[in-house]
Structures are given as structure tokens and as C-alpha cells.
Design a protein around this ligand. Sequence first.
Ligand code: GLN
Length: 239
Amino acid sequence: MMFALVGCQGATEKEVLTMGTNAAFPPYEFVDADNNIVGIDAEIAAAVADKLGMELEIKDMAFDSLITAVSSGSIDVVLAGMTVTPERAESVNFSDSYATGIQVVIVTEDSAIATIDDLEGKKIGVQSGTTGDFYCSDTPENGGYGEDAVSRYDNGALAVAALQNGQVDCVVIDNEPAKAFVEANEGLKILETEYITEEYAAAIAKENVELLDKFNAALAELEAEGKLDEIIGKYIKAE
Ligand code: GLN
């Protein structure tokens, strides 16, 4: 009888929702002491999967391969503190936004850089393929500093290490990971002047409209229930 029961459970196994992310972006996604991927995005995705009666699986990958992975169908959804941009929206559909991000500048405490205007002629560290990378490497006419000003790193932690080693003069990155990196490392600060404000959303393959609709409906419910605020409040303390 016990065996029959196990067989029964197998037959009702839940469908899997595969989320892709880059787990080096605290507090949205990071690897905890038990080697689990946790954070705001992981918890929102788990809550959405729960509402859809699905089981969440998280895949950690390079940030700049997430759009290709979701549009080719190797993952179902991206939650990665990913900013909605018109360029990305040509390849994927974005869900409703669930959070706001702000690009900020990290410098060493003794830095001569005091405002955004001081970035000209400086070496800027960014995470490869992020909006911080796009803004900074753009031409000066478009508000950027040009390709030559920018050094690209695989993730924020490596960009911050380069700042500490003196390889770059500053790091342009999203505000919440910036706070986490400054807290975890001595001698760094965030400039008070904010660079650019953006919206974070989940990315889903263009043809998977069914999942987009379900995701947005689940997200709206989580918002109405106060669950979204609860998850965000667990990781981001109000100032
Ligand atoms: N919000 C930024 C972007 O979408 C950075 C995201 C990240 O590094 N995980 O490009």
C-alpha cells in the first residue's frame, strides 16, 4: 500500500516554473549560508509559483545571458532585478513592475568624486550587460562617458573589488546591491546624487502570453494581499 501511495504522489507532481537569475545581486538574489538562492526575487517567484500551483526551480546564470535563455525557452521567467528597457522589450515581454531601482555611484570614502558631474575622465566600473553599463558606455551626447571610460565585470562584487584595488575610480550599480556592498566592505560610500530611476519587472518569452497573464494576475493578488510589501520589507528596511 505504501508503494501505491508514493506512485500516486508521482502522478500528481506539480509543473515546474523555472526562474533564471544572477545570484550576486543582494538583496534581490544572493546565495545564503546554506547555499540556497534567496532574496526578494526568489520569494516573489516562489509566491507566484504557489498561486499557479507550480513548483519553483531557480537557475543561476550570467546576467547577460538571461534574455537569451528566456526567449529560447530554456527558462520560463527571469527575475533578476531586471530593469524594463525598450531594447530588452524587443526580445521579451515584461510583467507589471514590482519594484523600483536607482542607479547610484559607489566611491572610496576619500574619493575626490562628489557628484555625477565629476565622473568625466574617470574610470567607471560596471556589471557587464546591465543598464549601468549601457548608460555609462553611451556617448557623451547621450549622457554617457564613452566606451573607453568603462570597465566591465561579471558581477557587482567584482566591480566593487576593482574599486578597492584602485583599478576603477567608481562603480555605477543599482542602489540596493550598492548598499549591501558598501555595508560588507570597509572604506566605501555611495554618492548622494542619484543617477537614473528605473522599474524592475519579470521577463517572459514573447510567445508565452499565457504565463505573462497568469504571472501578472498572481502579482496583483500578492500586492492586494500585502504579501509583496511583506517580502520587500523583509529584505529592505525602511529608512
Ligand atoms: N537593474 C540592472 C539591469 O537590469 C542590473 C540588474 C542586475 O545586475 N541583476 O540591467
